[in-house]
Structure formats: structure tokens, C-alpha cells
Write a protein that binds this ligand. Structure first.
Ligand SMILES: [Cu+2]
Length: 296
């Protein structure tokens, strides 16, 4: 399959790092080779026709035209191959992505809240419960509007720009947006989903390789769109626990951040007018396997 992968490399695809990505790679590779064969075939036929039916040799048009049925058979074969690609591969693959989510207990659930021009992450913290979010509470120091009076939100972890996840564990990312439509795209994981204000769109993937990967916004979302990038770090379970512990130590700081804590840009300006967030209803979201020291 290495020769097949050449086309994906040529198109600039980074190496796959997720459990399902090879299926997408195969279908992309096959489609592009198939298109290349069609292009060469039709081009050769076109050149043949130009020469074979040139005016000097055929001064008068033949109104009866072609009598053989080869072209009909060829076109029917192409339609059949395309139908098999669509019905046999593309739709089942897509159906698995949207219907067969990993069980809640097994997966790590994270809320991804996009804004112009960064991605915020909301993790439930050691108690496994997401705190209530209210758009009216959004401020520079509380970019997601977590309710300080909700006990479930006390230990919640909020980060911006960088997310860590453990390797070999499914991740469910619930996408939403504070302002305009963004698209959360992790090319190495072969996964993308629109982040739409007022909607909650789950996507899932299982990273199979540790490393640092680029997250980009794949929807033209404003003047700063070109810079809307983030980082996904796939850790070993130990490193992930260490990161969680470090973030948990900063938990609760989203309402009273220490001086110098990074603040996402435009939190006030963009969040204030946004519609209420449906993620508020997700109080009983499944817990991640994280077990940093309670109250840490
Ligand atoms: Cu964007």
C-alpha cells in the first residue's frame, strides 16, 4: 500500500495518528487513483477522436454516429464503481463515525468552545461533572461563563489553545461556538466538525500515536482565521495524569485567575452577544478516567 499512499503524501496529508484514519486514507487514495485513471483514459480517447475524425479524413459528418455500445458499457462501469465507493465505503464509514460513539465511561469527554480566534476546552475535573455554564457570566477571566455557585464547576478545568489527551483512549469532543461558525479540524486524526453557535456537535476519535499535533479552524471565520490554530498533545497515560494534575491545581482559577494567566482574546466582546449555550444541559456527562488528587 506504500505506493498508494504516495498520492496522499503528494496532497500534503500528514501521517495518520488515529485508529479510524487509515479507512479515510484508503478511500482517498482509491478515489484519487481512480480519478487519475479516468483522466488518462478520457484524455487518450479525446486525442484519439481528434486525430481519427479530423476534417481532412472525414470531410462529411456521419449523422448515424457510433454504432457500437462500448462507450455505454464503459460509462456504466464507471457509474457502478462510483456507486460501490459511495454506498459500500463512504456512507458506511460516515455512519460509523456518527452513530457508533464509544460508551461514555470508556471515552474522555471534553467540551470544545470555539471563538474568534481560538479554541477553549472545558474538562469536568476530578468529580467528572461539568459545571453549569451561563453566557451572562462570560468575562475575560471566565471565558466560558462557568457558574461560580455551581459546586460541580469548582474543580472544572478550562484551557485555551492546548489540549492534552491520553493515547489509545477514545475522545469525544462536543463542539460549540461563542460567536460565528468555526470548524474544529485535526488533520493528523482525520477528524473535523463544525462548531456552530447554539448547537452541540459531538465528534470522536482515538489517538494511537503519542505526539504533538496541529489543530486548525477549517471554516473561514473572520479576519484572524488564518491564525486560529491550537495544539493537541497525545500523552502517555502517565504524562496525561501529570498534565491533569497540573491543570487541576489551577482549577477554579477561571473565575479568579492569577496575575499573568493567559486570557483568550475577545472573550468579552465576542461572548456577550452569543446565544445561550446548549452545553449547559450536559451536567451528567461521563467522567474521564482522570483521578488527580481530590480538591487539587
Ligand atoms: Cu475559526
Amino acid at each position: 500500500m506504500n505506493s498508494l499512499a504516495l498520492i496522499n503524501e503528494f496532497l500534503g496529508q500528514p501521517p495518520n495518528a488515529s485508529s479510524h484514519g487509515y479507512q479515510i486514507d484508503h478511500i482517498l487514495e482509491f478515489c484519487h487513483w481512480f480519478m487519475a485513471a479516468l483522466f488518462v483514459g478520457w484524455s487518450a480517447f479525446f486525442v484519439y477522436v481528434l486525430i481519427r475524425f479530423r476534417k481532412r479524413r472525414q470531410p462529411h459528418a456521419d449523422h448515424a454516429g457510433v454504432r457500437s455500445h462500448i462507450s455505454t458499457h464503459l460509462e456504466f462501469s464507471v457509474v457502478m464503481i462510483e456507486a460501490v465507493l459511495l454506498l459500500g465505503f463512504a456512507i458506511p464509514l460516515w455512519a460509523r463515525r456518527v452513530n457508533q460513539f464509544p460508551p461514555g465511561k470508556e471515552a474522555l469527554l471534553v467540551h470544545v468552545v470555539a471563538q474568534q480566534f481560538s479554541f477553549n476546552y472545558h474538562l469536568p475535573g476530578p468529580d467528572g461533572q461539568f459545571g453549569r455554564r451561563d453566557v451572562n457570566l462570560v468575562s475575560n477571566s471566565n471565558p466560558l461563563g462557568i457558574d461560580p455557585n455551581d459546586p460541580a464547576g469548582k474543580d472544572d478545568i478550562v484551557t485555551s489553545g492546548e489540549l492534552h489527551v491520553p493515547v489509545d483512549r477514545p475522545v469525544i469532543a462536543e463542539l460549540s461556538s461563542k460567536d460565528v461558525i468555526h470548524d474544529y479540524f485535526i488533520p493528523d486524526m482525520r477528524i473535523a466538525g463544525d462548531a456552530i453557535p447554539g448547537s452541540l456537535i459531538p465528534i470522536w476519535f482515538t489517538p494511537v500515536k503519542t505526539g504533538t499535533y496541529e489543530v486548525i479552524c477549517a471554516q473561514l471565520c473572520g479576519l484572524g482565521h488564518y491564525g486560529m490554530k491550537g495544539t493537541l498533545v497525545v500523552d502517555t497515560p502517565q504524562d496525561y495524569q501529570a498534565w491533569l494534575k497540573e491543570r487541576a491545581e489551577l482549577a477554579g482559577t477561571q473565575t479568579t485567575p492569577p496575575p499573568g494567566a493567559p486570557k483568550p482574546p475577545n472573550a468579552d466582546a465576542q461572548g456577550a452577544g452569543a446565544s445561550p449555550h446548549p452545553a449547559q444541559q450536559l451536567h451528567n456527562a461521563p467522567a474521564p478516567a482522570a483521578s488527580p488528587s481530590p480538591g487539587g
